[in-house]
Design a protein around this ligand. Structure first.
Ligand code: PSV
Ligand code: MN
Length: 424
């Protein structure tokens, strides 16, 4: 199913007068509304191909029906999101879950919907049917050179798929680690992993980036071979200028100061990409901004501060992606909420009076610094975000249109009630 522009306009029509009032009010209270809107319009969030179906836990999975059955349908789903919010113009693919058997056809299909290919993702955390060697005891860290080579070859294969699609980054997340003390020699595991990544790095085209994603826990429970930002930074530094750290919000222990990590990685020119999600405990893969929206704002505040300090383009110089999974919500509704939360946090962070904040910091005026940040955070920027969408032909209320147009019902009609998307 498609949602046409005229349908969106019809849904917007009765909301326009109220929107205008709300917009005029916010625009009159902030100094830079027009500039914020231009930045919001340019900002696109990559949607993970694996988040379009219902996720689950190891205890169960409750599919909602109408899930995309192949890559074409995944692109169609993201096309729907993008038509509604105009901020989901990118897809991040996971290989082998989404092998583009006909790359030029897939690329053309995505282009029709205004979608480009964000970072490609390799998968050396699962064994695939017919795979020669198992990743049970790791992939790039493995004690066996042939298993390491298999993982390296897979990553290079993923780069090649990405080249055909016009992507320009590879995200490597390794489940490697150990479950028990003594299982692994940490130093050898690091060195094996580094030399594997070096092989992958050599296969990168000149304009490509390699994102080294870290995770503190799971699926290994005792040690993780790329366990935190320090370890990721170590790999990225040793690899070279095309290698960067990727921060996934859910991959930290509770209460870690992620905004400080972001600030320092940016300072070192080593922050490459983001996986947005939210969690109460750890990698819960919840809707962005659903648990700790203030933290999300603080992260964006550091992102903007750090990117501006380095003269970076907000929209294009980092990879912005969601990495979430949905157990109880409609995946597309969840993604609409996640993108909205990202846009809100970004808009709020754009409102921070940086000059005043810097003065407050210089004067050790702690209360004033807090007032400045919270003043921006407590501004209702939703009309600014809605205005940015409206200017691009999107919906004032994407989720309401998704429901009013009965998108899920139509997808179930098209694809059936028991279609299951590839992914976790
Ligand atoms: C691992 O938890 C992760 O965050 C990595 O980015 C994977 O590629 C993704 O989730 C999907 O499983
Ligand atoms: Mn991730």
């Amino acid at each position: 199913m498609d949602i046409e522009k005229y349908q969106i306009e019809a849904y917007n029509e009765p909301l326009l007068a109220t929107h205008r009032k709300a917009y005029d009010y916010v625009a009159s209270t902030v100094p830079n509304a027009a500039a914020v809107i231009e930045k919001l319009r340019a900002f696109q969030v990559g949607i993970p191909s694996w988040a379009l179906g219902t996720g689950g836990t190891r205890f169960g999975r409750f599919p909602g029906g109408g899930e995309p059955r192949n890559l074409e349908e995944k692109i169609a789903d993201i096309g729907l999101l993008h038509a509604l919010n105009k901020s989901s113009g990118a897809i991040s693919l996971h290989i082998p879950w989404d092998i583009p058997t006909n790359a030029s056809h897939i690329k053309a299909l995505a282009a029709q919907k205004g979608i480009v290919f964000d970072a490609m993702n390799s998968n050396t955390f699962q064994d695939q049917p017919g795979q020669a060697l198992s990743y049970k005891f790791g992939s790039l860290q493995h004690v066996d050179a042939a298993t390491r080579k298999q993982a390296i070859d897979h990553c290079i294969e993923v780069i090649n798929y990405g080249i055909d699609l016009g992507s320009n980054a590879l995200t490597v997340w390794l489940a490697d680690g150990s479950c028990f003390p003594g299982q692994l020699n940490f130093r050898k595991a690091f060195q094996n992993t580094l030399s594997g990544l070096q092989e992958v790095y050599k296969a990168l085209p000149e304009n490509w980036k390699l994102f080294v994603e870290y995770k503190a826990f799971e699926p290994n429970f005792y040690s993780t071979t790329v366990g935190d930002w320090g370890q990721s930074y170590l790999y990225a530094s040793k690899l070279g200028p095309q290698a960067y750290t990727l921060v996934d919000l859910g991959h930290h222990h509770p209460n870690v100061n992620i905004e400080q990590i972001v600030s320092l990685l940016l300072m070192e020119g080593k922050l490459g990409g983001f996986h947005f999600n939210d969690s109460k405990y750890g990698d819960d893969d919840l809707t962005v901004g659903s648990i700790k929206p203030y933290q999300l704002f603080l992260i964006f505040n550091e992102l903007i501060e750090g990117m501006d300090a380095r003269g970076m383009e907000h929209a294009t110089d980092l990879g912005w992606m969601i990495d979430a999974s949905h157990n109880v919500k409609d995946p597309l509704e969840d993604l609409l909420q996640s993108v909205e939360a990202i846009m809100i946090a970004y808009a709020q962070a754009l409102l921070v009076d940086r000059k005043a904040l810097s003065e407050a910091q210089q004067q050790n005026d702690v209360a004033r610094a807090q007032e400045i940040l919270q003043g921006a955070y407590r501004t209702d920027v939703r009309p600014l975000v809605a205005e940015a969408r409206l200017l691009d032909g999107g919906a004032l209320q994407p989720l309401a249109v998704f429901r009013a147009a009965e998108v899920r019902k139509n997808l179930i009609k098209e694809r059936g009630a028991v279609s299951i998307a590839t992914g976790l």
